[in-house]
Design a protein around this ligand. Sequence first.
Ligand SMILES: NC(=O)c1ccc[n+]([C@@H]2O[C@H](COP(=O)([O-])OP(=O)(O)OC[C@H]3O[C@@H](n4cnc5c(N)ncnc54)[C@H](OP(=O)(O)O)[C@@H]3O)[C@@H](O)[C@H]2O)c1
Length: 334
Amino acid sequence: MTTSREVRLKSRPEGLPTAANFEVASVELPAPGPGEVQVRNHFMSVDPYMRGRMYDRPSYVPPFQIGEALQGGCVGEVIASNDPSLQVGDTVQSMLGWREAYNAPASAVQKVDTSSGLPLQAFLGIAGMPGMTAYAGLLRVAALKEGDVVFVSAAAGAVGSVVCQIAKIKGHTVIGSAGGPEKAAFLKSIGVDHVIDYKAVPDLKAALREAAPRGIDVYFENVGGEHLEAAIDSARPFARFALCGMISQYNETGEPKGPSNIIQAVGKSLKLEGFIVSNHYDLLPDFLRDMSGWIASGQLQWKDTVDEGIDNAAGAFIKLFKGENMGKMLVKLS
Ligand SMILES: NC(=O)c1ccc[n+]([C@@H]2O[C@H](COP(=O)([O-])OP(=O)(O)OC[C@H]3O[C@@H](n4cnc5c(N)ncnc54)[C@H](OP(=O)(O)O)[C@@H]3O)[C@@H](O)[C@H]2O)c1
């Protein structure tokens, strides 16, 4: 038997989640059955989309159930195998995060190619789902083209910081918005042309107009609310908006505020397109080729914020909604 601890949903959060919405429980794992492996997780991811799964409502992923372990991206190591496709010591990823160890059918885990030399946690960030979201959202959904001025919200986060850098690599003017001087300094260090510390400016619309006097062509939307309104205000005719997320609304208890100026989308012929990364995995080979080149040449940098231990996993998740992460928020489990 292997003892593992896991995080379960104790109650559905109302507004900002609190520690009381989660509980840590111990489970005993038997030896893996036929066709199964046993994995010890080294890192698990906490992501804003998980908040959506805490509501009991239909969505593109089913809701988490009260009393059950949460799920999410993780990377770890096979510690016992009862399937010929995987050996003890193999590095694997799966969606069975939020737990220290697990048994699963070998088909439910994917072997990670560690030959690139990237640190393990990068497969949950820059070389994983958030990186892929940035890549697909900017290059396919927003269809970045020559001369575009690009505006990115939550620009110092896991997705946003990759969006900014891909746009810079491709030669664009980039405006990034993030909260606080430390994040602003990070954005400058990765080459963002104009940084807006949205917590420090009295009027976001005015700040964006000043940063982009001739307007923006692309908006990579991570935040919603005031940010979306400011982007509509500064949009040039035919601007494209990749609607990736709207984190400012995820904990909203009342009716979220709509952009009061959405009428401008008509006159400016704006294209607003939402997307979910899982519908764009046909781009994976291109993503892996481009990312490995950019990382190897030092053109792409990243930051992680790493908390330690399963007991701190819920706290790490809550940090996302307080802006207490820089780059990818992760939990180190072993
Ligand atoms: N469509 C998809 O397939 C897909 C996939 C992955 C992620 N996403 C979305 O992409 C966005 C970024 O995700 P991520 O994983 O990269 O997270 P992240 O940006 O690393 O972390 C979340 C950040 O959001 C900002 N934030 C939180 N509450 C806010 C508020 N009320 N107003 C303004 N900013 C707020 C904070 O940064 P500041 O300190 O700057 O405020 C925080 O650090 C999220 O909306 C997420 O849901 C979508």
